[in-house]
Structures are given as structure tokens and as C-alpha cells.
Design a protein around this ligand. Structure first.
Ligand SMILES: Cc1cc2nc3c(=O)[nH]c(=O)nc-3n(C[C@H](O)[C@H](O)[C@H](O)COP(=O)(O)OP(=O)(O)OC[C@H]3O[C@@H](n4cnc5c(N)ncnc54)[C@H](O)[C@@H]3O)c2cc1C
Length: 468
């Protein structure tokens, strides 16, 4: 590993003395790894203000083979921002909204914009930017793009990839690729934009993006539903989708074990029902016009489901406060789980039709391997993405439980593979899932990905060691 202290002065010439951090206390926040599973190490963090500054910095790194790790909000869950020497580049100063085109329904932003700020800006213009996830108050759009983030709106609006028209990217040699088009049709050769989205900072640093906007919802109906068996969830999903189609903007699964952990560990958490049920769904319907009939129609559908016992109970959000507290139940599940002890997480997807079979069979197999283990499945069941998280048995230590990680991953991911699913639905690969990707991806896919990486980044300076 090259010493990079000798490049300090050159970096200062590019960004100015205030925007190169070398004091260990200043650097510490950038070494944060959300899961706490990996250790990050770097001596310099650089905070460029513009694409031009960043391009010069990358050129300097390229000429001197200095590794660079781009970071956004550092909320990623696969260790993809973990540095092992070199410099960390943060986009936190590149946080301007550059343009809104009302007619084209697009917003052009710098990569360091916080996702929640983009959502708020869209609302100011009576529009919606539908990417929404638990970390939206701190993740940055560059990070969302680099991970092709999913979240709760995928069922209706797609992943981040589906929400972007154009990108500007600093390539590993310092070239600026200007693909900042606001076009819905552009068939001019290889799709570089979609190659760079989801590349987790390994092929370049995203500096700007043109995002798609949508009509803002004028009517929102949010309901929390109790189920007495998991199998009913797909019956409910089919019925709701058949009746409301494109109006279904979220369909989330919550398990009782997760709600119990929240009631135990989190302040101000309430069970919406008097009785205990094993599973719940949180459903949201929206329309882009005032539609008093939406709630009425939903109630009448749920009444039929109550009569035939597909569902056991339902609570509608009557105001903004109730809406937030129902969503809080869904969003705080990972936090409650972490407080319950060791947690081994799987971010998997299978076809929606196989989600229930997946949860049932996976739970059987992990319990055979480790009796007492507590599966806590939840997540975006409406798009087939289950966060199949496993909480430690009560009678063993966290360390002992974590020593089962590889074996449990094998059991869960083997089943995912049997069901033609994905071992990483929305969080990416980073460092934490790299060995799993190597195990499950076809040699042909790995060869193609390695060839692309070698072609674009022959010196392997751009977020080295991640994905491939
Ligand atoms: C409470 C919580 C809830 C979450 N819920 C979801 C969810 O529902 N769906 C979901 O998909 N994820 C979720 N996540 C994971 C995480 O928020 C996403 O992966 C998010 O997209 C990461 O954005 P970030 O800005 O924090 O990126 P970081 O963590 O900073 O970086 C992630 C990756 O992107 C790269 N990167 C960052 N910026 C750039 C850039 N400008 N150019 C190139 N590469 C870059 C990094 O090198 C790294 O590889 C959640 C996380 C938390 C903590």
C-alpha cells in the first residue's frame, strides 16, 4: 500500500485546506460501518465541492494508483464503504438540487443530496419522488444509485434504477462521463447508466443524476391488517392487487415476533390490536386525485376478507400521526431486533408466489440446524423481497450464535437458489456478501463482471475489493 501523505499538498491544491480531513477524530465518522461487522481504515477523507474537483482528485489517484472509496450517507448494509487504506471521498458537499422540469417531470440533483431532501423538494413542486426507505433521512442519492436501492415503493414505482433518466459519473481514470440526459427514450448503444447504477462505487463515482418525478398522491389510505396464518397473505395480496392495481403503493409483511421485540425494546410502540396475531401486513393505496371512494372501496373489500377469515382485523390510519405510527412499526423492526441480541440477516427475493413457501421452508430448515433460533421475517413481500432475519436462541450467547453465520447463510441461500431467487434483493454485495456471490453466481456471470471491472478500472483503484 502506497503512503499517501506525500500527496496531501496536491489534494489541498484541488479542494482547499479545509476539505481534506486527516485528524483521526474527524475521520472517525466516515469509518462507520452500519452493521458493525467490518473494520474500515483510512488516513484521509476528501470532501470535494464539484465534479471538476472530484475529477482532478480521481485523476491524481489514478496516476498514482491510490485506492478511493466513495461514500454517501454510510447507511449501506453490506460493508461496501469499508476502506482498507487509500482515501475516502465523500459527496456531502455536492448536495445541490440543480433543476426541476415540471413538464418533463424530472429533477436534476447532485449526488450528495440526502434522499429526504429530494422527497421534500418534489413535494414543494406538487410532485413525488417515490424512493422511500428507513434510512432516507441520512442516505444520499449517490449511495441510493450506487446500490440500486429498493425500499417500500418498489411494487408500484420500481427500484432506484427505474427512477433515473441520466447520470454524470467520474470514471476511474478521472474522465467525466456526461450522461446527464433527461430522456425517456435513448437507444444509443450500450446502456452505461444502468451498468453504473448498482455498481457500488466500483466502476466510478456518480456526481449528478436526472431523477423521474411522479404526480403527488392526493389520497392515501393506510391500513394495518392482522392475519392468523402466513398463507393468507398471498390471498390478500392477490385480492388487493386485482381490485386496486396501480393504486397499491406498498404491501409489507410484519411478523408478531418482530412486533413483540419492538414492544419490549422501543419507547412509545403500541400494538394496534387487542389480540395477538402471528402476522400482519401494512398496505398503502394512493391516487393522484382526491378520491373519497378509495377508502370506502378498500373497506368493503376488507369486509369480505374478514367474513371469509382471510384477515382477522384491520386498523386504518385516520390521520398523519396514526399513519406515522403504523409505518414506525414496519421501519423500526431492524432496530428492535438488534436490541434483542445476535441477528443474522438475509436480504433475499423470490417470485412473490413463492414467498410464503420460502418463509415456511427456511424456518423449518434453520430450526433443524439450530433449535431455539427465532426467525423474524419481514419486508417488502409485495415485490418478493423478504428480510429473512434470524434472532439468536435465548439459551446461547451472541458470540456462539454468530459462529453459526456461515452455516445458516448456506441453508437460507441454498433454498433461495432452489427457488430461483436472489441472495441480495436490494442491499447489494459489498464486502459482506462477496463470498456468497462467488459461491452462487455462475462462473460466466463472474467472468463478465470481472472483465468489465478490469476494462474500466485496470489498476483496481475504485472501491477495491467490493463485489468482484
Ligand atoms: C434503517 C435502514 C433501513 C434501510 N432500508 C433499506 C431499504 O428499504 N431498501 C434498501 O435498498 N436499502 C435500505 N437500507 C440500506 C441503505 O440505506 C441503502 O443501501 C442506501 O442506498 C445507501 O445509501 P448511502 O448514501 O448511505 O450509501 P453508502 O452506505 O454511503 O454507500 C453505499 C455504496 O454506494 C457507494 N457510493 C456512495 N455514494 C456514491 C457515489 N456518489 N458514486 C458511486 N458510489 C457511491 C459506496 O461506495 C458503497 O459501495 C437501509 C439502511 C438502514 C440503516
Amino acid at each position: 500500500m502506497k503512503s499517501i501523505t506525500k500527496f496531501h499538498n496536491e489534494i489541498i491544491k484541488i479542494v482547499g485546506p479545509d476539505f481534506i480531513l486527516t485528524n483521526p477524530n474527524d475521520i472517525l465518522p466516515y469509518l462507520h460501518e452500519e452493521r458493525g461487522l467490518k473494520k474500515s481504515n483510512a488516513d484521509i477523507v476528501v470532501r470535494p465541492e464539484s465534479s471538476e474537483e472530484l475529477a482532478k482528485l480521481v485523476k491524481l489517484c489514478s496516476n498514482n494508483k491510490i485506492p478511493i472509496v466513495p461514500v454517501g450517507g454510510l447507511t449501506g448494509l453490506v460493508g461496501a464503504t469499508v476502506a482498507s487504506g487509500g482515501i475516502i471521498v465523500t459527496t456531502d458537499r455536492m448536495n445541490k438540487i440543480l433543476n426541476i422540469d415540471q413538464l418533463n417531470k424530472t429533477m436534476t440533483v447532485e449526488a450528495g443530496c440526502i434522499l429526504a431532501d429530494i422527497q421534500k423538494e418534489a413535494i414543494k413542486h406538487d410532485c413525488l419522488f417515490p424512493l422511500s426507505l428507513g434510512a432516507e433521512g441520512s442516505c444520499r442519492i449517490g449511495g441510493n444509485l450506487a446500490t440500486n436501492a429498493g425500499g417500500v415503493g418498489v411494487l408500484r414505482y420500481g427500484n432506484t434504477r427505474d427512477l433515473v433518466l441520466g447520470l454524470e459519473v467520474i470514471m476511474p481514470n478521472g474522465d467525466i462521463w456526461d450522461g446527464l440526459k433527461a430522456l425517456r427514450k435513448d437507444n444509443t448503444g450500450y446502456d452505461l447508466k444502468n451498468l453504473l447504477i448498482g455498481s457500488e462505487g466500483t466502476l466510478g463515482i456518480i456526481t449528478k443524476a436526472v431523477l423521474k418525478l411522479f404526480p403527488s398522491p392526493k389520497t392515501t389510505v393506510t391500513v394495518f391488517i392482522a392475519l392468523n396464518e402466513l398463507t393468507k397473505v398471498l390471498e390478500l395480496f392477490e385480492g388487493v392487487l386485482k381490485r386496486f392495481g396501480q393504486n397499491v403503493s406498498a404491501f409489507e409483511l410484519i411478523s408478531r415476533i418482530g412486533l413483540d421485540m419492538e414492544l419490549k425494546h422501543l419507547n412509545g410502540m403500541h400494538d394496534p390490536f387487542q389480540q395477538v396475531y402471528p402476522y400482519y401486513t401494512l398496505i398503502e393505496l394512493t391516487t393522484s386525485f382526491e378520491d373519497a371512494d378509495l377508502r370506502v372501496a378498500f373497506e368493503s373489500l376488507l369486509e369480505r376478507f374478514l367474513e371469509n377469515q382471510t384477515i382477522m382485523d384491520a386498523v386504518f390510519a385516520e390521520n398523519e400521526r396514526q399513519h406515522s405510527s403504523l409505518w414506525r412499526i414496519r421501519e423500526e423492526l431492524p432496530a428492535a431486533q438488534s436490541r434483542e441480541g445476535g441477528s443474522i440477516k438475509h436480504d433475499i427475493s423470490v417470485p412473490v408466489s413463492k414467498t410464503v413457501d420460502f418463509i415456511t421452508e427456511a424456518s423449518k430448515r434453520v430450526k433443524e440446524l439450530l433449535p431455539g433460533i427465532r426467525p423474524c421475517p419481514f419486508g417488502h413481500i409485495g415485490d418478493g423481497n423478504i428480510h429473512y432475519n434470524l434472532t439468536q436462541p435465548r439459551d446461547i450467547s451472541k458470540n456462539e450464535f454468530m459462529s453459526y453465520s456461515s452455516d445458516l447463510n448456506r441453508v437460507v441461500h441454498d433454498l433461495v437458489t432452489e427457488m430461483d431467487g436472489s441472495i441480495s434483493a436490494e442491499h447489494g454485495i459489498g464486502l459482506i456478501k462477496k463470498s456468497e456471490l462467488n459461491h452462487y453466481a455462475s462462473p460466466v456471470k463472474m467472468k463478465i463482471m470481472r472483465s468489465i471491472k478490469a476494462a474500466l478500472d485496470p489498476d483496481n483503484i475504485m472501491n477495491p475489493g467490493k463485489i468482484v
